[in-house]
Design a protein around this ligand. Structure first.
Ligand SMILES: *Cc1c(COP(=O)(O)O)cnc(C)c1O
Length: 361
């Protein structure tokens, strides 16, 4: 049976998002380092809060997310009314495109940017535009160069995924200064906490009406399965997002878990310290084995091989050792593997597997 119903233009151009792999054939419990999850899991206080909230599942959740926004505002010293919460930062990123871009408009992002940016642009019927990167680092000049009168939205993750490289705040400010008032600059801060001294661009939001900062509970807080993210932006932008988001987009479980997580600063410190230590070990260990990688400011490292064949062989070798990492051909790096920073013993396992790979080739 055929149907004459057609979706909006652009939607059939979307290829399904490929998440990080989570299974290896014949391996019961693989070491999953493919989705930048927190190796320590989440705060025990978040588990407690979610468990308690489960007893109230017959009630509709809060529509204004007031207590979660209050906690976020207190921890980050931001005005509560300029914060909106979403089902992961993904929801906010996609609502921004829906609200501010449409057919005939352009949505700009860097060449190796998060693969969802293209999907957000096409979902809104807008035209995706890609700015080249030089050496695995976002180029502010290239982005500025691609801004046209039709550009409505610029997405940029800082630190970037999958490179792990980051621009300092002055560089991001230089981009913000060049963005016309008719365009929103969306600073995707999924990994902002891992970049020492960086505020995710919050200070740029405070001083500009057209800069948006998004953050997530999925990475540092280890709550990817709970689906909570948030954004900080000018009041006008927040008001628009509140009009189009679902009134009950976040469950009470999600709200309670995220609030407990953001308030548990001791757990956050433990995670950040572990990540910094093990990221340095992983980076140093890879380089010692002759595997190139840039300094990462996130919770993963991009390991580069001579070519796609070697990267695929290395991936196969890791899989045989029960380790899952991320192939990033879809991000323009067929020769690389993205490896989430794990606990000490995880990093040891990864380095041992690469050592035996290097020894066997
Ligand atoms: C993981 C990630 C996100 C968002 O994840 P959510 O789970 O939807 O909050 C956003 N941007 C980048 C670059 C990411 O890597």
């Amino acid at each position: 049976m055929t149907t004459t119903i057609r979706p909006q233009p652009g939607i059939l151009e979307i290829a399904l998002y490929q998440g990080g792999a989570s299974h290896i054939e014949g391996q019961a419990d693989p070491l999953k380092l493919s989705s930048n999850e927190n190796p320590l899991g989440c705060s025990p206080k978040a588990v407690e809060a979610v468990t308690a909230a489960a007893l109230k599942m017959h009630r509709y959740p809060s529509t204004d997310h007031d207590t979660l926004r209050q906690a976020i505002a207190a921890v980050h010293a931001l005005p509560k009314d300029q914060i909106v919460c979403g089902v992961g930062s993904d929801e906010i990123l996609t609502l921004l495109a829906m609200a501010f871009a449409g057919p005939g408009d352009e949505v700009l992002y860097p060449e190796h940017g998060f693969s969802m940016y293209r999907i957000f642009a096409l979902s809104a019927g807008a035209t995706p535009v890609v700015a080249p990167e030089a050496t695995r680092k976002v180029s502010v000049d290239a982005l500025i160069d691609r801004i046209s009168p039709a550009t409505r939205l610029i997405y940029m993750a800082n630190p970037a995924n999958p490179t792990g490289t980051a621009l300092d705040l002055a560089e991001v400010a230089r981009l913000a200064d060049a963005v016309p008032e008719t365009c929103l600059l969306v600073l995707d801060g999924a990994y902002a906490e891992f970049f020492d001294g960086y505020d995710g661009g919050a200070s740029l939001v405070a001083s500009r009406p057209n800069v948006v900062m998004t953050r997530t509970f999925s990475k540092l807080y280890g709550l990817g399965g709970l689906r909570v993210g948030w954004a900080y932006a000018a009041q006008d932008v927040i008001d628009v997002l509140n009009r189009i988001r679902g009134p009950f987009n976040l469950s009470e479980l999600a709200l309670a878990g995220a609030e407990a997580a953001v308030r548990d600063r001791a757990f956050v410190e433990t995670c950040l310290t572990l990540n910094a230590e093990q990221r340095a070990r992983l980076t140093g260990g890879l380089r010692q084995l002759g595997i190139a990688c840039d300094d990462s400011h996130a919770n993963f490292v991009l390991a580069r091989f001579t070519d796609e064949n070697e990267a695929l062989a290395a991936d196969k070798h890791l899989k045989a050792a029960g380790i899952l990492v991320r192939l990033v051909k879809g991000y323009g790096f067929p020769e690389a593997l993205r490896i989430t920073v794990g606990e000490g013993e995880d990093v040891t396992r990864v380095l041992d597997a690469f050592a035996s790979f290097k020894g066997s080739t």
